[in-house]
Design a protein around this ligand. Structure first.
Ligand code: SF4
Ligand code: SF4
Ligand code: SF4
Length: 258
């Protein structure tokens, strides 16, 4: 009789976020037939109604912004042997950290306008990445993640290897893509300090890098600031550039930002 090998059980969880990173996982529809031969997916609210508390690998999407989420996240950590932060909200705090800049009442006014008074928001705390609460084993960066990085992370885990996370700046990918630097047209860009792995897609399609993949491990903010000055931009624009994605983690790494 051929011995049966127990397949790793995967679970997906979502906290404060738009769930766009889970959608990117669902975009792996061409790969799913092969995937389900290798793993069992036991928890994935966006795709199935069955749920199980018995899992090996937990993919956690979203920031933590309520006390009740802290309790649930700690439960996930206890049950899973491997926890993976899925996307910017979970890895760095992401866009949700913008909210930390305002008192709750002010944030409500900005979001709900004249209906703010009737909106009840309870149990809210400063938005934060999941590694401020629990230990995280691996990170898949980006807002949203790329399906290629999700698949390569999973493949590495199945092979018993540590997933590779790029630690060079977006500028390298940008040069390889043959783009003309946006500084040449007077725009600013977070590429020099942002973790690569997206093929500099935003610049290739005519925009700038907003830093959604978080900073490289040791971002050289002084050099970035110097570049900005060289192109006649102010240090203040550095701080503004960090606002979108860097609020929760950039200060820790660089002493700048929120
Ligand atoms: S990282 Fe971006 S796409 Fe992913 S859940 Fe957060 S806001 Fe949505
Ligand atoms: S600063 Fe931005 S546009 Fe210029 S090379 Fe780097 S990533 Fe590309
Ligand atoms: S270019 Fe920058 S903002 Fe765009 S996907 Fe890459 S890291 Fe994110």
């Amino acid at each position: 009789m051929i011995p049966t090998v127990k397949k790793p059980r995967l679970a997906f969880f979502s906290f404060t976020c738009c769930e766009g990173c889970q959608l990117m996982v669902l975009n792996c529809e061409d790969e799913f037939p092969d995937l389900v031969k290798l793993v069992d997916i036991v928890n994935f609210r966006e795709a199935m109604s069955e749920k199980s508390d018995d899992y090996d690998v937990a993919f956690v999407e979203g920031s933590i912004s309520r006390r009740e989420e802290i309790k649930k996240l700690k439960e996930i950590r206890k049950r899973a042997s491997t926890v993976i932060a899925l996307g910017a909200c979970s890895s760095t705090g992401g866009l949700n950290c913008l909210r930390n800049r305002f008192p709750v009442e002010e944030a409500k006014r900005i979001v709900y306008g004249k209906d703010a008074a009737v909106r009840k928001i309870k149990d809210t705390i400063r938005a934060r990445p999941i590694d401020s609460i629990i230990e995280v084993d691996h990170y898949i960066h980006g807002c949203p993640i790329t399906k290629e990085e999700f698949l390569s992370t999973l493949k590495a885990l199945l092979l018993g290897k540590a997933p590779e996370v790029p630690n060079h700046p977006v500028c390298v990918d940008c040069k390889m893509a043959g783009n003309i630097c946006v500084f040449e047209r007077g725009a600013t860009c977070m590429g020099p300090v942002t973790r690569a792995g997206c093929n500099a897609i935003c610049i290739t399609y005519g925009s700038i890098c907003w830093g959604c993949r978080g900073t490289v491990d040791n971002p050289n903010m002084d050099a970035h600031e110097e570049t900005l000055r060289r192109y006649g931009l102010t240090a203040d624009s550095v701080t503004r550039s960090l606002d979108l994605y860097g609020g929760c983690t950039v200060r820790k790494k660089t002493g700048r930002g929120d």
